[in-house]
Structure formats: structure tokens, C-alpha cells
Design a protein around this ligand. Structure first.
Ligand code: F6P
Length: 319
């Protein structure tokens, strides 16, 4: 393979820049030309494609976001959109593509693979919801952002003896809520993977209160319900002084943690290796700290599962 492309797609995630840098440097190291697609699949359809050099990725490893820009693209879900994209890739002489993004981005990579175009998916999303990898790029940074917020909320919750509901992102997965709740010492963690019982939550909070606990922190994954709605229901059930914080897009920004930078560097380089070996249609990931790769179609057919042992532990530690 003499010329490959790279794009970022879907919701951005801290560490995407580090992944692009790894793809670019690894390719150039092996004398492969590398092209960046600007603006995800929409940029692919319109041919917004530029040659990248070693210097194009200087000074970006520590930056959040993606310097290639990102987008969610409806047109690429259609056969026509996909064919236009492949036409552009051919026009630029690009023989393989690295796609960095979440499940929507993988669907695009899967479609290209089905059209016979070699693609490798690199998991980049704060949600940690991609099958075939224990961790996605951006998850660790988002977690640290959430924990920083929880620690600050804890200060004010404790001063005012209040109950705080903190809504976190994660789409349909509870990973951010679970890991941040455990690391932040939350009293209750609500994840979409486990139905909650409001009366049980209220009774646990009341018991804690009776034991002298003056404040509580409850983490609600966005996939469960809106934090404000939950706060209203909880207040009705407990009559505790309750406040709600919705963390929102702050979770998607910021300088990537060392973990995310290293993960992104490893996965980005691995994706190039696969294309060099002629292995398109793959998705890379990490399992027990080892790099792995799967057939992208099979990977997408699997379902991401939240770590239920961790969830059990969080319940045991928050009595
Ligand atoms: O997939 C990342 C994510 O931040 C989800 O956690 C969230 O549900 C969604 O994207 C928000 O998307 P948007 O930025 O398009 O509002």
C-alpha cells in the first residue's frame, strides 16, 4: 500500500489527535503517503482531502478535539453517499482508510469494507461502548473530567448537606457513570444496563441519612433518564434538599490523559500495520493490555457490555 487516508467521525474524543499523529507518523516511517479527510464522511463525499506531512501533526498530541474536524453524516448512510466517497478515495489514489470514531463511524467503515475498500476502525469515543475493546480513546480523559466535577460538587454538597444528582454522558452505555461513580465515591450509580427502583434508592438514602450521612451524590447515566427529571422524582420521594448538575459536553473536551495518549498511539499505529499487511475490514482494540484486531463486521455484530463485577463492587462499597 503506497497511499492511505485517515478521518475522524462522530462525537469527538480527547486523544483523537494523538491517534491521527500515530497514523501519520507510522505511515511516513514506512514510506507510505498519508492523506487527511477533513470533516469526517461529509468531507470524504465532497473530496475535502489533504496530504499530511510529519509537521502536520506536530504539537497536537496533548490537544483535545480533532484537528481533522468531525461530523455526523446522514448522506454516508446511503449507498449513493458511500459510492461518492469511494470515488473520491480513488481520485486521490488512496488505497486504504483508517477511521477513528465510535459506532456510527464503524458503520461507515463497515459499509466501505462491504464495497471492497480496505478500512480499519480505531475506537475513539468517550462512551467506551465499542465491542471488541476494553477501552476506547477518550474514555479515561472524560472520566477524569467527571471525577474532577464530582470532587468539587462533593465540597458544596457537604457544606450545605444536600443531595446532588449528576447526569453524565455515555449514550446507551453506563461505563462513564459506573467508573466515575466508583472513583468518585458516589452513593448511587444508575446505569441503563440495570433497571432502577426509586423506592429502593430513596430508602437507602434515608437509611444513610439516619446514620448521620449529611450529603449524597447520585450519578445518573444519560441513557437512564434526564438528570433534572430524576432529581424531581427523588425530591418527591425523599424530601431531601436536592440539586442537579448536567455535565454535558465539558466531558468531551480537554487535554487527553497519559493513558489516552498512549492508547491512541498504540491503536493508531496498529491500524496502519494492518493496512500495510493488506488486512482491511478490521477493527483494532485493547484487551488485557494487548492489542487485538477483529473483523469489523463481526465486531459490530457483538454487543458492548458494561463490567458487571465493577457494578457489583460499586454497590458493595456504597452501602
Ligand atoms: O458519543 C459521544 C456523545 O458525547 C454521547 O455521550 C452523547 O450522547 C452524544 O455524543 C452527544 O452528541 P452531540 O454532540 O451530537 O450532541
Amino acid at each position: 500500500m503506497k497511499r492511505i487516508g485517515v478521518l475522524t467521525s462522530g462525537g469527538d474524543a480527547p486523544g483523537m489527535n494523538a491517534a491521527i499523529r500515530a497514523v501519520v507518523r507510522k505511515a511516513i516511517y514506512h514510506n507510505i503517503e498519508i492523506y487527511g479527510v477533513i470533516g469526517g464522511y461529509a468531507g470524504l463525499i465532497s473530496g475535502n482531502i489533504q496530504k499530511l506531512e510529519l509537521g502536520s501533526v506536530g504539537d497536537i498530541i496533548h490537544r483535545g478535539g480533532t484537528f481533522l474536524y468531525s461530523a455526523r453524516c446522514e448522506e454516508f448512510k446511503t449507498r449513493e453517499g458511500q459510492e461518492k466517497g469511494i470515488e473520491q478515495l480513488k481520485k486521490f489514489g488512496i488505497e486504504g482508510l483508517v477511521v477513528i470514531g465510535g459506532d456510527g463511524s464503524y458503520m461507515g467503515a463497515k459499509a466501505l469494507t462491504e464495497h471492497g475498500f480496505p478500512c480499519v476502525g480505531v475506537p475513539g469515543t468517550i462512551d467506551n461502548d465499542i465491542p471488541g475493546t476494553e477501552f476506547t480513546i477518550g474514555f479515561d480523559t472524560a472520566l477524569n473530567t467527571v471525577i474532577d466535577a464530582i470532587d468539587k460538587i462533593r465540597d458544596t454538597a457537604s457544606s450545605h448537606e444536600r443531595t446532588f444528582v449528576v447526569e453524565v454522558m455515555g449514550r446507551n452505555a453506563g461505563d462513564i457513570a459506573l467508573w466515575a461513580g466508583l472513583a468518585g465515591g458516589a452513593e448511587t450509580i444508575l446505569i441503563p444496563e440495570d433497571p432502577y427502583d426509586m423506592r429502593d434508592i430513596a430508602s437507602r438514602l434515608k437509611k444513610g441519612h439516619a446514620r448521620g450521612k449529611k450529603h449524597s451524590i447520585i450519578i445518573v447515566a444519560e441513557g437512564v433518564m434526564n438528570g433534572y427529571e430524576f432529581g424531581k422524582r427523588l425530591k418527591k420521594e425523599t424530601d431531601f434538599d436536592t440539586r442537579v448538575t448536567v455535565l454535558g459536553h465539558v466531558q468531551r473536551g480537554g487535554s487527553p490523559t497519559a493513558f489516552d495518549r498512549v492508547l491512541a498511539s498504540r491503536l493508531g499505529a496498529k491500524a496502519v500495520e494492518l493496512l500495510m499487511d493488506g488486512s482491511g475490514g478490521r477493527a483494532v482494540g485493547i484487551e488485557r493490555n494487548r492489542l487485538v484486531d477483529y473483523d469489523i463486521i463481526e465486531a459490530l455484530a457483538k454487543k458492548h457490555t458494561v463490567d458487571l463485577n465493577l457494578y457489583k463492587l460499586s454497590k458493595e462499597l456504597s452501602i
